[in-house]
Design a binder for this molecule. Structure first.
Ligand code: CS2
Ligand code: MG
Length: 402
């Protein structure tokens, strides 16, 4: 089963996506998400110029060998661009493997470990009243878990609060927009938001919050401690995690569970976090952490240390990534939660898929492979549009994590 064609498709049905489509000599096709928000063309070029020429003629059944060929063969290992490109190839090869076997990919990963994949929605608003209304809306939609993001008085904008309530696209301009941040205002306001949400919705609704890399470890310890009475399922990205030791400091001060990893591109980014149990959920994804092959390794390491999965699932991860994620989510023993930011109808039309939402769960497609494709003719109608993620500055102008 040889690869005879490999196409890199860049499309922008409301936001940019990069997709790799592989074709074999017996007519099987496979797709892989290669989208890296704000750096899409870097991955498209890495694939087109450096990976695709090496794929033509390769045996599509050799997933592990191809993964190592691309990882070790690059010499320059790791990093988000490289690992997103490898992820796209890996995901497409698993899609082909499932089709060749006549099974949904989760069957090749050990079969079902659960009936459905519990997902969380995104309640966000400028005011607490607005947040309460949004949480109620997600509860009415059947969600069992809801992420809560609220505006901060005195700040014009903050992460996760958007005008559009079902979709969230932060890459809003060709040149990064600049936002202003105040940790003091945020730390003073956030505990009260969760006190009101928990008071309104009772003890059983899973509540989550994304700090989005903005605190120092001791500030994160303070936030976690202040949130303990409200029993969050997780506090996400409390501090930038390049220095994995940082999480030791947060752990010393709070029992609020921690989720990290959406920007990680491989097991080495989280090995210490997992083996020292410094986190409770690992948020690495199929599209950014080397594909199904590598993400499975991360989840298996995590299982040894009672760390659960909590994969990223924002709008800038395509339905191809979501489809692949669900096959892992439904099969691994240590599944935790799956993020589910819905895509627009435009995007769903470009990426026809078989997964569906019901009663707080996402269910993977049952057809052979991943159960997703890309409509290349429709994709061609949406040309790439330059879009960068914002940057953040403190009130004195200091550049800060966004
Ligand atoms: C966020 C993302 O969903 C999340 O947890 O961290 O929305 C993130 O900001 C975007 O994916 C960045 O492109
Ligand atoms: Mg996040």
């Amino acid at each position: 089963m040889k690869i005879v064609d490999a196409r890199v498709i860049v499309t922008c049905p409301g936001r940019n996506f990069v997709t790799l489509k592989l074709v074999t000599d017996d007519g099987l096709t496979g797709v892989g998400d290669a989208t890296l928000n704000g750096r899409e063309l870097a991955v498209a070029s890495y694939l087109r110029d450096h990976v695709v020429p090496t794929l033509i003629g390769r045996d599509a059944s050799r997933i592990e060998d191809t993964w190592n060929y691309l990882y070790k063969g690059a010499y320059w290992r790791r990093g988000p661009v490289t690992m997103t490109a490898i992820a796209a190839v890996d995901t497409a090869l698993w899609d082909i493997k499932g089709k060749a076997a006549g099974m949904p990919v989760y069957q090749l990963l050990g079969g079902r470990s659960r009936e459905g994949v519990t997902v969380y929605g995104h309640a966000n608003a400028e005011t607490v009243e607005g947040v309460l209304a949004e949480v109620a809306r997600y509860v009415d939609l059947g969600y069992k878990a809801v992420r809560v993001q609220a505006g901060v008085p005195g700040l014009a904008t903050t992460y996760g609060v958007s005008g559009d309530k079902m979709f969230y696209e932060p890459a809003d301009a060709a040149v990064p927009t600049e936002a202003v941040w105040s940790t003091e205002r945020y730390l003073a306001h956030t505990p009260g938001v969760f006190a009101q949400v928990r008071d309104e919705f009772g003890p059983n609704l899973k509540l989550l919050h994304d700090v989005h890399h903005r605190l120092t470890p001791i500030e994160a310890g303070r936030l976690g401690k202040s949130l303990e009475p409200h029993a969050l399922t997780w506090m996400e990205d409390p501090t930038p995690a390049e220095l994995q030791d940082s999480l030791r400091l947060i752990r010393q001060h709070t029992t609020t569970p921690i989720a990290i990893g959406e920007i990680f591109s491989g097991i080495w980014d989280c090995q210490q976090l997992i083996t020292e149990q410094l986190i409770d959920y690992i948020r690495a994804t199929v599209v950014h952490a080397g594909g199904i092959t590598h993400l499975r390794r991360i989840f298996d390491l995590a299982a040894l240390y009672q760390v659960r999965s909590g994969s990223h699932g924002a709008t800038d991860l395509s339905p191809v990534c979501m489809s692949a994620a669900l096959h892992l989510d439904v099969a691994i023993p240590n599944f935790g939660l799956q993020e589910y930011m819905r895509h627009t109808a435009e995007t769903d039309a470009v990426f026809p898929h078989g997964y569906h939402f019901a009663d707080g769960y996402l269910h993977p497609a049952e057809e052979p492979g991943l159960g997703v494709d890309i409509d290349e003719d429709l994709a061609a109608q949406y040309p790439y549009r330059p879009a960068a993620l914002p940057v953040n500055r403190l009130e004195d102008g200091t550049l800060h994590s966004w």
